[in-house]
Design a protein around this ligand. Structure first.
Ligand SMILES: [Zn+2]
Length: 468
């Protein structure tokens, strides 16, 4: 019946027009109230499994059992517990949910808004808009971004919040993210027009930390420090405070040629460590590559935004050769246009091969690791997610090989990296909760979320225009 519904939606063109709303579902609010989260136990039967777990490897035909939100078994043959939901995995590829390691969710309302003149470029434009956001708008932007992420097969995202004017601006995002069912790391930064001499808001950070600890709705959320830049006077004491609070740290550094030496500065201050993630690093020097590798620090590349804004090319070949843990990010759809991590993987592979002038330099397996298990290591959550491993929480996606762009051929990792787009994501579960099934969102009402984002964008635009 589910398949018939999808076929009907596809044939009628309603998939694109309806925002993927199954017929007969209430359109009030942004959730399908009539279809709450199902139980968090199911089995996906007879699928091709790319586990991204080195022991389990790839299985051409196997089943995966999820019980109470956790993966309990992956095997070719086992007895299926009675009464459990069985999902047909025939002609499908199952893999861990993708993990984004760097994204500014609040800029999602400004999709493709980075313009063609200096005044309308990404930084001035986003700063102009940022001043008019309310905490409620921050929540709406976070929900809009998380909905696109889940639709596109991203089960964990990282929200580097640099419009955190007060803790309420962060908490509104937490509330929205928790409602969507996505797993998320929130990184508390500050805001664009914050005076350089004003200290980092550790009081606000502690408020959010307490809330995440005390509220059970926030069990899939955790907080990190979105650090100020490498040149900030109190960087060292900020990082000490963050570490005392058990927070991991991420920082934009050596992003372009005007920022050469920033990573070296972090090294000189004795700050690099396994709990640090450097964003971009396009202008990293060979000496700094050694420092980062020795410290066990990770680097997240966001190739679409880096290239679109003119930061130059990311450096996957040098980072991989040095054994640095690397991961990928959306960064901002104000520059990248969309949150398609499949195409981000493909772009990194292609940049690596182009620069090496070799067809074989970076494999699809390597870029898949960047979007799954290595991304989990970047966030320090590799014991929880990032691979299909019994005992880990069930963050799972399934790609059905039934669409024109994703059919035929059997080199599965190549297909996932080179052929897939978000529309081919048939099934998404986070923590065992099924959030997309038969290509349809089960919980989020995309058309309402789209309408809500559009009206807030219009409101903000009017306010920006009135002020000019
Ligand atoms: Zn960024």
């Amino acid at each position: 019946m589910e398949i018939h519904r999808r076929e009907f939606l596809k044939k009628s063109g309603l998939v694109a027009l309806s925002g993927f709303i199954p017929a007969g579902v209430s359109t009030i609010g942004t959730f399908h109230r009539s279809k709450p989260f199902n139980s968090n136990s199911f089995v996906i039967k007879d699928a091709e499994i790319l586990s991204m777990d080195t022991t389990i490897g790839d299985l051409p035909k196997a089943s995966i059992l999820v019980e109470k939100g956790k993966i309990s078994r992956i095997d070719e043959n086992f007895e299926i517990p009675e009464g459990i939901e069985v999902i047909n995995g025939t002609d499908a590829i199952v893999l861990p949910g993708l993990i984004d390691c760097h994204w500014h969710l609040w800029t999602s309302l400004l999709r493709s808004m980075s313009g063609d003149t200096k005044e309308d470029g990404y930084f001035p434009l986003t700063e102009r808009y940022s001043k008019y956001y309310t905490p409620e708008d921050m929540g709406i932007a976070a929900r809009y971004a998380a909905a696109e992420a889940l639709f596109s097969g991203i089960t964990t995202l990282t929200d580097y919040n640099h419009n955190a004017r007060t803790p309420e601006f962060v908490l509104a995002g937490c509330e929205a993210l928790a409602e969507t069912g996505i797993r998320a790391r929130i990184e508390y930064n500050g805001y664009r027009d914050k005076p350089a001499g004003e200290p980092t808001d550790f009081t606000g950070i502690e408020v959010v930390l307490q809330e995440l600890k005390n509220n059970r709705n926030y069990e899939l959320l955790s907080l990190g420090l979105g650090s100020r830049g490498a040149g900030y006077d109190n960087l060292k004491s900020d990082w000490e405070k963050a570490r005392l609070l058990g927070m991991r740290i991420s920082i934009h550094a050596s992003s372009n040629k005007d920022q050469v030496g920033q990573i070296g500065l972090l090294h000189e201050k004795g700050l690099l460590g396994k709990d640090v993630n450097i964003i971009h690093g396009n202008a990293i020097t060979s000496g700094e590559i050694v420092m980062v590798a020795k410290a066990g620090t990770s680097i997240t590349m966001t190739p679409y935004t880096e290239m679109r804004i003119g930061y130059g090319l990311p450096r996957p070949n040098e980072l991989l050769a040095a054994g640095i843990n690397t991961s990928l990010g959306v960064d901002s759809t104000a520059l990248s246009g969309n949150a398609d991590l499949f195409s981000v993987m493909k772009l990194i592979q292609n940049i690596g091969n182009a620069k090496a002038e070799s067809e074989f330099h970076i494999s699809p397996h390597q870029v898949l690791k960047m979007a799954t298990i290595n991304a989990a290591k970047t966030l320090g959550i590799e014991d929880i997610t990032g691979s299909l491993t019994p005992g880990k929480q069930a963050d799972i996606i399934m790609l059905k090989k039934e669409d024109i762009n994703f059919s035929s051929g059997n080199r599965s990792k190549h297909l996932v990296v080179e052929a897939t787009n978000p529309g081919n994501v048939d099934f998404v579960a986070v923590n065992g909760k099924i959030l997309k099934q038969d290509g349809v969102m089960t919980h989020l009402k995309l058309d309402s979320i789209i309408d809500e984002a559009g009206s807030i964008f219009q409101k903000l635009t009017q306010m920006v225009e009135m002020d000019q």
